[in-house]
Design a protein around this ligand. Sequence first.
Ligand code: TYD
Length: 215
Amino acid sequence: MTPSTGLFISFEGIDGAGKSTHIDAVAQAFEAQGRVVTRTREPGGTPLAERLREMVLNAPMDALTESLLVFAARRDHIAQVIAPALAAGHVVLCDRFSDATFAYQGGGRGFDWQLLQTLEQWVQHQGAPGAGLLQPALTLWFDLPASVAAARLASARVPDKFEAQPQAFFEAVAAGYARRCAEQPQRFTRIDADQALDAVRVQVLGALRSKGFLA
Ligand code: TYD
């Protein structure tokens, strides 16, 4: 993989945190400034990774199997979509990335954090010695209490395997995000998602401006 010239931003949070709406606003803001935006999601983003997503979201499996499948999907996604888009100078907006694996499989399902770090090394290394791991330049973490997210989800569509989990699971997922944020504070911005849509949008666009990504 070649060093990237584009900008990689991920959007994270527990189910019901409301991140999807804000990805649209961010895409529009970048396009208004003449940037080409590649909008994508995980698990998914390629035909193979979307098939893996189907399995991960619907079939019961142990946490190691789940972790291997999401990282396999990620490998394909990076190779086919993310790395080429970054090399072409695009803004890549990704609805979830590796932090979701640490939060859901690590936090929610209690899977071994160090083993996830090993998988992350395998999947996100960038080839050249010293090039480090492919990580978002910015991760917007939509944080809100699990009880509020559960109330939002209750009125939504038919739940998938994760959305059907009890509130305690999402408390553990949120703790996983908090741990990841504490480990890599330079790339995380916490958004208080327990607010009206407009107020959340102001925080999101403000974060992008303060990082110098948007004028
Ligand atoms: P989500 O991003 O919420 O999509 P939608 O808005 O269509 O429901 O759904 C993806 C689900 O997959 C979510 O519950 C989190 C879970 N997930 C993992 O468990 N591990 C991962 O590594 C990723 C990327 C997602």
